[in-house]
Design a protein around this ligand. Sequence first.
Ligand SMILES: [Zn+2]
Length: 251
Amino acid sequence: MRTMDRDDTWEPAEELVEWAKQHFAGIGIGGVWSPDESGCTYVRQDEDTFALMRMIDHPTAYEHHRRFVKLFEAAGVDMIEGDGFVKQPPALTPEQNAEERYQEKQTIAQGWKCECGLPLANFNLDERTDVFIEEKDVLLSNGDTTPVEIWSCNVTCPNCEKEVNMDPDDYNLLAGDELFMQWNDTDGAKFVALTRMQMKEMADAGVSGIVLGSVSPETGDKVPPWMWGTYNLRRFPEAIEKADEVSDEEE
Ligand SMILES: [Zn+2]
């Protein structure tokens, strides 16, 4: 690997180390760090240790890994390479790459655990609170910046009552689209984004829903971006329970 010798002098910048410390602190045991396009995936084993779990069999991935080893060290985290990691041939197409990454992430998501050991998959995932964190300017490839809202999906462990703050994409991966595309406002009402078939049925029945923008027309609450532009039914949980009771009695 003579061609990479010139990169041996690379050291992570102070800001990167600071970022890494904070970012790693937010990853729970069993959680994964897999920087986009790096070809490397690491899993948190315990408080102080990450292990390499997968690496694309390509010089670019090796080089990323060599730098990440330095970054882990600078951030005060042990990194185990071991023999247990999977060396994977590079994907043939971008679609295959995306599919492989999705499959891998979904498998990983099933293994996410609370500090107490309970898998996040066993939480009451429909009882979720969406919290707005901040607005960040993201640089576009044409040099312009665009504001992006950062949100967190918070779920509570039914075993130890710890609140787990999830990245919305992670929550979506774990809970699926149906639960992800729901949102509770501060009045305790639930917005449920409708599928095209549900919209058709409502239109046929002469019932109107609500299109969500960035602010709820009912309460003035800030709406999470993944609900923008969706057509919703707004219901109160008691009304849903009552409707269930009525239909139970009818049966
Ligand atoms: Zn717990």
